[in-house]
Design a binder for this molecule. Structure first.
Ligand SMILES: Cc1cc2nc3c(=O)[nH]c(=O)nc-3n(C[C@H](O)[C@H](O)[C@H](O)COP(=O)(O)O)c2cc1C
Length: 172
């Protein structure tokens, strides 16, 4: 017998999120700020898990599309191929060369948005993108969003070594 499902119950629909940041060193926690109205927020609230998948420039159009339409209205499950990780409820995107699977550690309710703080459960990387076991940002060819101009960019030139380029100014 076929069971009809409300479109909002189709799992594994991706969304675009630019407001993402690491927020704790140990354990490694990552926060993402999402409007409470988003379909994605509903899924995170229900499952207590989510994934963050970092798209390369070849996925800019599909990523933007996922940020233009809501899973409440459109079935986005066919945009990418997904696979499950350890939690079984946070689908990862096959086409993304680097994905993190997270379990919600904390949820901060702001006036319109929820800040979901997630603890990394697993990390998945295309092995060809790794250098000495770590993801290489140049190889991943990621793109970035800037606001308020609303543009996408790829990585520019390296301008210094973090945590050491400022050494010269210490004790001066
Ligand atoms: C590049 C881009 C970045 C976005 N970043 C965020 C974000 O950080 N937080 C947020 O609440 N919405 C963000 N959005 C808007 C949501 O992705 C958009 O409202 C989407 O339709 C929500 O889909 P959902 O209802 O299926 O979750 C972004 C959209 C784009 C195009």
């Amino acid at each position: 017998m076929e069971h009809s499902r409300d479109i909002a119950d189709v799992p594994g629909r991706p969304s675009a999120a630019g407001w993402v940041s690491r927020v704790n060193f140990d354990p490694p926690l990552i926060a993402v700020s999402l409007s409470r109205d988003h379909h994605t927020s509903r899924g995170i609230d229900e499952n207590g898990t989510f994934s963050l998948c970092f798209p390369g420039r070849n996925l800019v159009e599909k990523t933007d599309y996922c940020g233009l339409v809501s899973g409440k209205d459109v079935d986005k499950s066919g945009v990418f191929t997904t696979y499950m990780g350890d939690t079984g409820t946070a689908p990862m995107i096959e086409e993304c060369r680097f994905c993190l699977e997270l379990r919600v550690n904390n949820t901060m309710e702001l006036p319109g948005d929820n800040v979901y703080v997630g603890e990394i459960v697993s990390a998945f990387a295309d092995e060809t993108m790794l250098v000495k076991g770590s993801p290489d940002v140049k190889k991943m060819d990621l793109f970035f969003l800037t606001m308020p101009d609303n543009n996408y960019w790829v990585l520019g030139e390296k301008i210094g070594d973090a945590y050491s380029v400022g050494d010269a100014l210490i004790d001066k």
